[in-house]
Design a binder for this molecule. Structure first.
Ligand code: PNS
Length: 191
């Protein structure tokens, strides 16, 4: 006769507590991750990563940084929130939130045990590694998961999309349809 499920769960919980992992293990082993970013605007690369992340965690929170220092934004934070909600409406385990301050604090508030970040090319790696290590220093229990978006998105970034859009270039195949609509409303005639 094996152990009952309850006894096994109790054993697991004791092991996690002993290793100092108790804080996260309390949530019945549900894996919640945060996908943080500026998302100005949401791109097809972001959406691809959200789909990939949502397949491997129980709950994925797409979190928009409110106090980004990345220059003049194209979309307000509420607009970005709406565009991500619209584009991810079909995914049952994806939610959208905003945060400011430290990412590790937001992750702790959310009960998340991982941060999801996309790596498109080696050039992303250095910055991402620094951020991941800093976050680990700030909260050793929060893990960073790196995933690669589909290869057709390796050159797609919000920064480039904004730049091309502002100069009248066609970015309609690089962002989700609802973002194309919002871009058109920002500057009719472009897109
Ligand atoms: O889309 P981005 O601009 O690459 O996202 C960067 C983001 C939002 C993930 C990063 O700037 C962030 O986490 N900011 C919150 C402040 C923080 O926690 N800083 C310490 C980690 S280096």
């Amino acid at each position: 006769m094996g152990h009952s499920a309850n006894a096994l769960n109790a054993q697991h919980r004791a092991k996690f507590r002993k290793r100092g992992w108790g804080r996260y293990a309390l949530c019945a082993m549900q894996t919640k991750a945060i996908y943080p970013g500026t998302f100005d605007p949401l791109t097809n690369g972001h959406l691809d990563l959200i789909m990939r992340g949502a397949k491997i965690v129980d709950e994925l929170v797409v979190a928009i940084l409110r106090n980004s220092e990345k220059g003049t934004p194209l979309f307000t934070v509420p607009e970005r929130e709406e565009m991500i909600r619209e584009a991810t409406a079909g995914y049952g385990n994806v939610t959208v939130a905003t945060f400011d301050g430290l990412l590790v604090d937001f992750a702790r508030q959310q009960g998340a045990k991982a941060v999801l970040r996309g790596i498109r090319a080696i050039s992303d790696y250095e910055y991402e590694l620094q951020m991941a290590m800093m976050n680990r220093k700030l909260d050793p229990e929060l893990e960073t998961l790196f995933m690669m978006p589909g290869e057709k998105y390796t050159y797609v970034s919000s920064r480039l999309i904004k730049g091309v859009f502002e100069l009248g270039g066609d970015v309609s195949s690089l962002v989700p349809p609802n973002v194309v609509e919002r871009l058109k409303r920002k500057a009719p005639g472009k897109v």
